[in-house]
Design a protein around this ligand. Structure first.
Ligand code: MOS
Length: 725
């Protein structure tokens, strides 16, 4: 799916985001910005305990407050039970709370202030129960059972095993063996807009305005939870203030149920504290890794065990981590075991490349230590590990890295400065997608999709269509339709929008183009093959005077007695081929050996993106992902005490970076085209978060000769590693 790059006038350009001006001016409407008369405002009453029995819940003091309309508890919600307990089907605790911040009741008020007052007045009495909030306590034989169903005797919800070859034989071949345990905390996606939803009862059903990154999945979850036919649930996608995997349906069944119950619109937004405590953070992870390499740097044996602490509900990325540990670099002999452990914490879920930053932190830190032991340059070590399997993508990323000044000058460093290299690889996910492309009266195009734009991908979609249609990108308006009318497409996630939906857009534009040429051929009495469509005109090749403008063609299809069918192209894809993109990050840090403070001086990210439809957007994705990776490396973590109480539940305590902590980030884009992506593009949404923690850890080692095995690498941990106590 490529044209000669020399002819690209729209794709490959750093076109400004179409959604930018409205966002900069504050005109963009997010979920909480929609207002309907008669809306009830919901405020949650949440548990201060990680595990407790609800002894008594007295709504009377709340109901006595002016403006409070109703107090709703779990038993009253018209939500169907699921096959197993879940956040969606059990949004309020019934008689027991199992994580800190868990909602136990909703107070509905005529105003936000009234609901807030009511929630503060509501009296709930708890009886504290034993808590297992971390891996160690949850894995003890005497640990309280997190799931109440008798089927499960331990808190291990899922387990996987991967084995290949003969591990004993592998160890015998090893010239160097290193073993180590790595730990990463739960972290929050850090989106600016908290979870938010408005539900409006209408048409015998509901219309929802949620902050979600998935249109049709939201409709399906809500309809199934409430037992409504799909036709009675309509989802309208407002602008979204960040998702990163965390906005994958959460409040919607609850808010929909409240609207059905009260026959009034209901609005609910998490406070920041609620979002940090009770949304969808990434799971905590512990990885034990023992790795053997031959003298030549190839890997011969791996034993790995890893555990995810996933909180109260399962969903950890066991397969990804287990498979990739054994296959990221070829290892002939391995035994890998992974466990998903439940605990009295909020149920964890997906965050930008689920599981990948975790295993990459362990594996790429480990490879750095092995390179050290084998006296190999860290890049040479990776090359030898990839060996003959090295893909074109890997090779070109290595070459580009070697050409950069930051890499070439890494030996000239001041005392306590260091450089750290880490690689990553990620497939672009697949999901069928569809788009339509309609010619408008004025000769512009409406590109209709059904996806939330969490990344600025819409502008890139417009560029793809514009390139195919021979118009300027501004002539293509991307319309995000609602679930009643949108062409089907899957979630905005998995780094897959440009690859899948972008390819559907390409086909839709191609079909619209063919329809236009067909109409023009009849009107100009020429063969479609002799026509060209460019700069908004169809003309007969070599005879520019015989031409028709797009508005003229549109009017030939959009009036009484017009002779031609309206122009509307459709594009649909269901791909089966996962393109892989490699990437390498190089961090340059300075460590203060007295305080343990790590300053990131420079950061380089080399990514194979196949092709950059909009290089500015691609760089924006890299800047954002690198920043999130650095947060995981150095600052962020949901900190729980032994009672399961979240200690970092405000942005004073949860250390999201400010702009001052973000280093200069250089990007290098490598183009190894994919077979099927539009113009060869691959996914770039998730990859840039991946290698940050390992690159920083390796840079710290290069600077001061010690490693921090538990993230985040706070000054306290770095100092302790340096001082040995
Ligand atoms: Mo994602 S973690 O597929 O938004």
């Amino acid at each position: 799916m490529t044209l000669a790059p020399a002819s690209y006038t729209q794709v490959g350009q750093a076109t400004r985001r179409q959604d930018g001006p409205a966002k900069v001016r504050g005109e963009a409407r997010y979920a909480a910005d929609w207002h309907f008369p008669g809306t009830l405002h919901a405020r949650l009453v949440v548990s201060p305990y990680a595990h407790a029995r609800i002894v008594r819940l007295d709504p009377a003091p709340a109901l006595a407050r002016p403006g409070v309309v109703r107090v709703v508890t779990a038993a009253e919600l018209p939500i169907k039970p699921g096959s197993s307990p879940s956040r969606l089907r059990n949004p309020l605790a019934l008689d027991e709370v199992t994580f800190y911040g868990q909602p136990v009741a909703v107070v509905l008020g005529e105003s936000e202030a009234a609901a807030e007052d009511g929630a503060a007045a509501l009296a709930v009495q708890y009886e504290a129960l034993p808590v297992a909030a971390d891996l160690e306590s949850s894995l003890k034989p005497e640990a309280p059972s997190i799931r109440k169903d008798s089927k499960h005797s331990s808190n291990v919800a899922n387990r996987i095993e991967f084995k290949e070859g003969d591990l004993e034989a592998g160890w015998r071949e090893a010239a160097v063996v290193i073993e180590q345990t790595y730990q990463l905390p739960m972290v929050h996606q850090g989106y600016l807009e908290t979870q938010s939803c408005l539900a409006v009862p209408e048409r015998g059903g509901l219309t929802l305005y949620p902050s979600v990154q998935t249109l049709f999945r939201t409709r399906r979850e809500v309809a199934q939870a409430l037992g409504l036919p799909m036709s009675k649930v309509k989802i309208v996608l407002p602008e979204i203030g960040g998702g990163f995997g965390g906005k994958a349906v959460l409040l919607e069944p609850l808010v929909a149920a409240l609207a059905l119950l009260t026959h009034r619109p209901v609005a609910l937004s998490f406070t920041r504290a609620e979002d940090l405590a009770a949304a969808n953070p990434a799971p905590a992870c512990k990885i034990y890794l023992k790795l053997g390499a031959r003298q030549d740097g190839t890997l011969c044996a791996m034993q790995a065990r890893f555990w995810f602490n996933n909180g109260v509900y399962p969903s950890a990325p066991l397969q990804v981590v287990g498979f990739m540990l054994g296959h990221a670099y070829p290892v002939s002999n391995f035994e890998i075991e992974g466990q998903e452990v439940l605990s009295h914490r909020v149920g964890a879920s997906s965050y930008r490349a689920p599981g990948v930053p975790q295993y990459v932190f362990a594996l790429e830190s480990h490879l750095d230590a092995m390179a050290q032991a084998l006296e190999l340059d860290p890049l040479e070590m990776r090359r030898r590990c990839q060996g003959t399997q090295a893909s074109e993508s890997f090779r070109q990323v290595c070459e580009r890295l070697e050409g950069t000044p930051l890499w070439q000058n890494r030996r000239h460093k001041e005392p306590n400065e260091g450089f750290g290299l880490a690689f990553g690889q990620l497939v672009t996910c697949l999901e069928p997608a569809m788009a339509s492309c309609r010619l408008e009266d004025d000769g512009t195009f409406a590109l209709v999709t059904g996806v939330a734009d969490i990344t600025g991908v819409s502008t890139g979609l417009a560029q793809i269509a514009a390139q195919v249609l021979g118009v300027e990108t501004e002539q293509v308006a991307v319309v995000v339709a609602d679930s009643d009318s949108a062409p089907y497409a899957g979630d905005s996630g998995g780094s897959k929008m440009t690859y899948n939906l972008g390819a559907a857009v390409y086909r839709a534009a191609q079909e619209a183009r063919e329809q236009i040429l067909h109409i023009a051929a009849e009107k100009l009495e020429a063969s479609p093959d002799d026509l060209e469509l460019q700069t908004g005109q169809v003309s007969v090749r070599g005879t520019p005077s015989r031409s028709l403008s797009l508005p003229q063609l549109a009017s030939a299809t959009m009036n009484y007695e017009a002779a031609f069918t309206p122009v509307c192209g459709q594009g649909r894809v269901a791909f089966t081929d996962y393109p892989v993109g490699f990437f390498a990050h190089l961090a340059h840090v300075r460590v203060d050996p007295e305080t343990g403070d790590v300053a990131v001086l420079n950061y380089l990210a080399v990514h194979d993106v196949g092709f950059a439809i909009n290089p500015a957007e691609v760089e924006g994705q890299i800047h954002g992902g690198v920043t999130q990776g650095l947060g995981w490396a150095l600052y962020e973590g949901l900190v729980y005490d032994e009672h399961g109480t979240l200690l970092s539940n405000t942005l004073m305590d949860y250390a999201l970076q400010t702009a001052r902590q973000v280093p200069p980030i250089q990007t290098e884009l490598v183009f190894v085209p994919s077979e099927e992506g539009p113009f060869g593009a691959k996914g770039i949404g998730e990859p840039p978060i991946v290698p940050g923690a390992a690159a920083i850890g390796n840079a710290i080692f290069d600077a001061v000769g010690v490693r921090v095995y538990e993230l985040p690498a706070t000054p306290e941990r770095v100092r302790r590693a340096i001082k040995g106590h």
